[in-house]
Design a protein around this ligand. Sequence first.
Ligand code: ADP
Length: 405
Amino acid sequence: MIRAGDAVLVLNAGSSSIKFELFEVAAAGDPISRLVGQVEGIGAAAPCFTARGADGALLADRRWSAEDGEGGAPVDHAAALGVIVAWLDGLPAPRLPIVAVGHRVVHGGPDFAAPVVADAAVLARLRSLAPLAPLHQPHNLAGIEAAAARFSDVPQVACFDTAFHRSHSWEADTFALPPEFHARGIRRYGFHGLSYEYIARRIAREDPALGQGRLVVAHLGNGASLCAIHAGRSVDSTMGFTALDGLPMGTRCGQIDPGVLLHLIEAEGWDTARLAHLLYHDSGLKGMSRLSQDVRVLEASDRPEAAQALSYFCWRTRREIGALAAVLGGLDALVFTAGIGENAAGLRARICEGLEFLGIVLDPARNAAHAREISASGARTRVLVIPTDEERMIAEHVTELLGVG
Ligand code: ADP
């Protein structure tokens, strides 16, 4: 049981960074964000640590260089967490007591449909899922291990990007393979679940009738996917077994005919490392444009490849919105979120072009102003822009799991 005035530390450990956000637990209502920051470049030549207050004021900005030598720059996740904790400990009193740590974990496999306290047995099961998400899972778990070592009496709560999608039907969860593949865990797990759950909850709180409705949420950031949600539950997602499937992304190609991969292996002698590099790092907006994964750079460029990459991104997103609307049997709202979804008004307009048959009509002025509701008055289907907040979703999960008394 945790109390009002206690703090929950939320950690998101990636391959070379640890992001953190410190939330104060409120007696009633939402956790209050107090501090946010990150260590970037873990293990690299010039790592840095930055932290900001809730008002956005820069409170810490530390950079290391090679001259700092041994004992200086954080070389691994444990050292990076040490930097964060030492900084938190050095803040002027009164400091909020950290009573729980919430972690973003990419893969919960077929079993974890909800957050869980990550004890030794749970950690062992999560470790066994690492081959399903080799780029993320080991780093997420390194974050839990580092936090457990530093805060030994405090529960470590694992919150999964896959959990929200465990409500999928068998049809949405399976590939058209013999049944033993599904039994072995070869399934369409779906990702970005913490983002989708946050959006679904926000809508349910602010507009309960719409919360019972049929939504397609477009999480368009460096990673991009769509989720079909009905009455607050995930029904289908464009992401599948890995975070490679579905929409084109910053550097990932999205859906591709698997025959292309067989061809590259058989006819051109590609090995798995080369294929993985192409699919994860050298495709999508960056690969197609040969310029950048950043929509702002592509929009400012006069290269034809930049225009083509954006055009493909919009076309493909529109196509998948149609597919998910079909799965839902209709649509009450389309929601844009994440870096591109929240900021790229031009792409939102292009994605929605041609979706009038679904009742989608944008109001150009509202769209340009990034208004919360960007659909035209009287349009049959609402179109919303809602900033996502995965860290807050984790803080809410932690307080719900442990209880506030
Ligand atoms: P991540 O998946 O890394 O969390 P984000 O959700 O932060 O990604 O999205 C980052 C992407 O959002 C950038 O690469 C860029 O393409 C896009 N983006 C961010 N700000 C803008 C903006 N003002 N206009 C257009 N695109 C933007």
